[in-house]
Ligand binder design. Structure first.
Ligand code: PEP
Ligand code: MG
Length: 893
């Protein structure tokens, strides 16, 4: 029979699957000889059995009984003993931290008899009755499902009757009366009395904690955090220690290093004569942990010793919860602590220098998301000290933005059109606010969380956003907001919002470039570095040395290419040529579309070709010696023509006097108009339908490469065909392209080799990858379109219209356009990799959808065996770091 209960002396920190994070760490501390109140952990396996069958697994009750007896002997007390009761806490604790999502019951073991024993033993009658009323309240809510209000109302009534304001002004007699009232509340609302048998209390509390795994908020939290639904929670039964037994008692939290900067020192808060919930509730002000030295020097020094032990043992920064009961220090919890991005890099290198971890581990300890955070512009720290802070909301999308407050999408557009920087302020946003969000530098809302419409859309646009700033009263009609203290911001007043911290300031706070970006750009002066830059530099170099995946850039001009190269790109994975058809060149594209004869078409193409050639030459020069994958034109041609409605109106208004060119254009726009352009005449289909278009582009590429070669350069172009669904499409274009390449080689005398490959952007191309590989020398996964076509989502529409709802419902934890949907889209990628390489073992494989710069997706790309990821220049350092981390983590197996 499996073992379902582990004494704290039996577990260890590596048993998180079975004992949950809290249980595993309590066991680890116990075994380190640290002062942990004795107790035991009921496994997640027991929970899973209970959730599946609705009954406890056989033998569990007896096993709990045996561990309880052992605990009683160790403590020299019996659970609920009327003379000197042992009391226990019953706490949830899953493998992954789910803060506040599941249940806890404290003071189990109190009843009408044992409360007397507790009073006598503690010499504090008030404390005993307060503990008892807390038990009935917590038990009533958590275990018996009574709502919280009647308890709170009863406390308010008691205070009102006595004419006092504070809970602490209620004395023992008041609390004893409250206990009686609470018991009545339970009997009325739960249809049963509060159980007085201590063991029954314990058993019911354990079941309630198991059940809380499926509480709606826990279910939602798991979906959003992508925690598997079937893990279950462990239950920790721990002897109670009390921080509320007088001034020689108290409770606190501590970090072994500063979680904001990484510096070593004394960080934490302490609250005298209090229990943990009082700290969380913020009823009284805590004091800095350093003050504990004055209050209780012995406990303070013991705590510092323990913190050092924990750090050396966990080889990482830890956070700690502790309680002091009458001068005796107890450890209630520890875990590896959360930290800011800058602290993560600093701490990793500090631990490296202390010899606690090696470079591989230091690299594992930081993430691409943290690096990305460090690359956003930020407010000047010195200026922040004097800034007038209005409030703090949720840090929904990082960055620092300054602008005039505007309260409607229209106002945002108008102000932006006047050249003003604006912050769009709304209670919450909806799809109608989209134009204003596009026009704004940043978005501020007073409602909604990190998956609200504002947050999701702003993140998608890379725009700074603070959401859910609930202290702000936003009055859209009056065009103003009111901040705490009555400060009023009217439309046109300047505000500054910090999407990395959630802070909102009145007036302009100066913004500065991130020093990390300046470092990557090679623009950082020698004296400017500091320990953060040193840490980033060491870890990046190591990640590069470990990475198997190469990192290329999505770039379509020389400037972006040069920046990408400075950021460490090893080539271009996607050069979108359609961007070269915009601006002044639009007219030439119009001519091409309107061409009625062979001559007109050739003339239009001939005019476009030198322009394209010049673009390619510049890019090939910027990426000299590195591969440049150039994608032939992809979007539907009508994107380059005037809008159908505008043009119809213009022609209709002009009547008989309408410009003949406009009439011809209108005809063409009508002819090319499509209901679903994303699924229409685009990509390879254009190349097959518009004679000469792709050939012109290939010629421009080949001639640009020949020029570069003549100038002494080392051009390495690759030609990529978009939106292929069948090998026959690719074969036709490939033959044409090969012909053009040979012609240019003959005419220029420079035979520059160019691989010809395809994008995999349609389910059909993934499913027939074995055939397609016969005609392709490389595949590049266009996971933007592949996600769109696999899910049937129009990416230009769905993110803004209903993804926030989908995220709230937990249908996915992240937009599949941000993080690759491994099960669906990823499955297609896997099939294409396998079948493509079966046909052509040296098939070169990459990804150039937005996912190429997303940390989780980079790990997937490593795992399926791609050769490179390609992403926007700004994401390149993130992809490099994650490529290194993916290799290190995979090596650990
Ligand atoms: C893609 O579909 O993933 C891709 C890179 O092409 P685009 O985003 O230009 O459609
Ligand atoms: Mg595409």
């Amino acid at each position: 029979m499996p073992k379902f209960v582990f004494d704290f002396t039996e577990g260890n920190k590596d048993l998180k699957d079975l004992l949950g994070g809290k249980g595993a760490n309590l066991a680890e501390m116990t075994n380190l000889g640290l002062p942990v109140p004795p107790g035991f952990t009921i496994t997640t396996e027991a929970c899973r059995h209970y959730l599946e069958h609705g009954t406890l697994p056989e033998g569990l009750t007896d096993e709990i009984g045996a561990h309880l007896s052992a605990l009683e002997s160790a403590m020299g007390k019996r659970l609920g003993d009327p003379g000197d009761p042992l009391l226990v806490s019953v706490r949830s604790g899953a493998k992954f931290s789910m803060p506040g999502m599941m249940e806890t019951v404290l003071n189990v073991g109190l009843n009408d008899d044992s409360v007397q024993g507790l009073a006598a033993r503690s010499g504090d009658e008030r404390f005993a009755w307060d503990s008892y009323r807390r038990l009935i309240q917590m038990f009533g809510k958590t275990v018996l499902g009574v709502e919280g209000d009647p308890f709170e109302d009863a406390i308010d009534d008691a205070k009102r009757a006595k004419g006092v304001e504070d809970d602490s002004d209620l004395d023992a007699a008041d609390l004893r009366a409250l206990v009686a009232t609470f018991k009545d509340v339970v009997r009325e609302r739960a249809g049963r009395g509060f159980p007085t048998d201590p063991r029954e209390q314990l058993d019911l509390a354990i079941r309630a904690v198991f059940d809380s795994w499926n509480a709606p908020r826990a279910v939602l939290y798991r979906r959003q955090e992508r925690i598997p639904v079937d893990l279950g929670t462990a239950v920790n039964v721990c002897s109670m220690v009390f921080g509320n037994m007088g001034l020689d008692s108290g409770t606190g939290v501590a970090f072994t290093r500063d979680p904001a900067s990484g510096e070593q020192g004394i960080y934490g808060d302490y609250l005298q004569n209090a229990q943990g919930e009082d700290v969380v509730a913020g009823i009284r002000n805590t004091v800095p942990l350093a003050e504990l030295e004055r209050i209780d020097a012995a406990s303070y020094h013991r705590l510092l010793e323990i913190m050092e032990t924990l750090e050396n043992h966990y080889r990482d920064m830890c956070d700690i919860e502790f309680t002091i009961e009458r001068g005796k220090l107890w450890m209630l919890q520890t875990r590896v602590g959360k930290r800011t991005a800058a602290a993560a890099f600093r701490i990793a290198c500090q631990l490296l220098d202390q010899g606690l971890i090696d470079l591989d581990e230091a690299t594992e300890r930081v993430t691409g998301d943290q690096l990305a955070q460090l690359m956003f512009p930020r407010f000047d720290e010195a200026a922040l000290k004097d800034a007038r802070r209005l409030t703090k909301g949720m840090n929904a999308s990082p960055g620092a933005a300054v602008g005039v407050a505007v309260f409607s999408s229209g106002a945002a557009e108008e102000a932006a059109a006047r050249g003003e920087d604006v912050i769009l302020v709304r209670r919450e946003t909806n799809p109608d606010d989209l134009p204003g969000m596009v026009a704004a530098k940043g978005v501020l809302t007073s409602r909604g969380g990190k998956t609200s419409h504002a947050a999701v859309v702003a993140r998608g646009m890379g725009k700074t956003c603070v959401c859910g700033a609930e202290e702000l009263e936003v009055d859209v009609r009056e065009r103003r907001l009111t901040a705490p203290g009555g400060v009023v911001v009217r439309e046109g007043d300047v505000i500054s919002i910090d999407g990395s911290s959630g802070e909102v300031y009145l007036g302009e706070v100066p913004v500065e470039d991130s020093p990390v970006v300046r470092y990557f750009e090679g623009r950082l002066g020698d004296a400017e570095g500091g320990d953060l830059i040193t840490a980033v530099d060491r870890i990046m170099k190591h990640a590069d040395s470990r990475a198997r995946l190469k990192v290329r850039a999505n770039a379509d001009n020389a400037e972006d290419s040069a920046r990408a190269r400075r950021f460490g790109a090893t080539g271009i994975g996607l050069c979108r040529t359609e961007h070269m058809f915009l601006g002044d060149r639009r007219q030439l594209v119009e001519k091409l579309i309107l061409a009625e004869t062979e001559e007109e078409r050739t003339a239009a193409l001939d005019a476009l070709e030198p322009l394209q050639r010049a673009d390619f030459e510049e890019i090939l020069a910027a990426m000299d010696g590195l591969p440049v994958t150039i994608r032939l034109i992809d979007p539907p041609l009508h994107e380059f023509l005037p809008d159908l409605t505008d043009l119809s109106v213009r022609v209709a208004l002009a009547g008989d006097g309408a410009d003949p060119q406009d009439r011809r254009l209108l005809e063409a726009v009508r002819r090319l108009h499509e209901q679903n352009p994303m699924l229409g005449l685009r990509g390879v289909r254009l190349g097959l339908v518009i004679p000469g278009l792709f050939a012109m582009q290939v010629r421009a590429i080949a001639e640009a490469a020949a020029q570069r070669r003549k100038a002494g350069g080392d051009p390495r172009p690759e030609i990529m065909i978009p939106l292929v669904g069948a090998v026959q499409e690719l074969e036709a274009i490939r033959e044409e392209a090969r012909g053009v390449l040979a012609q240019v080689a003959r005419s220029t005398g420079e035979d520059v080799p160019a691989l010809i490959g395809t994008m995999i952007e349609l389910p059909r191309s993934a499913l027939t990858a074995g055939q397609i590989a016969e005609a392709a020398e490389f595949f590049s996964f266009g996971t933007n379109d592949l996600t769109q076509t696999t899910w049937g989502f129009s990416r230009d529409d769905v993110e803004a219209s209903f993804f926030s709802r989908y995220l709230e419902l937990g249908i996915f934890g992240a937009s599949p356009f941000e993080t690759l949907d491994v099960e669906g889209v990823g499955r297609l990628v896997r099939i294409a990799v396998e079948e493509g390489r079966r046909t052509r073992p040296d098939l070169h494989l990459g990804i150039c959808g937005e996912h190429g710069g997303d940390p989780d997706s980079v790990h997937f790309c490593h795992e399926v065996g791609l050769d490179y990821v390609s992403c926007s220049p700004f994401r390149i350092p993130v992809a490099r770091l994650e490529a290194g981390r993916a290799a290190i983590l995979a090596g650990r197996g």
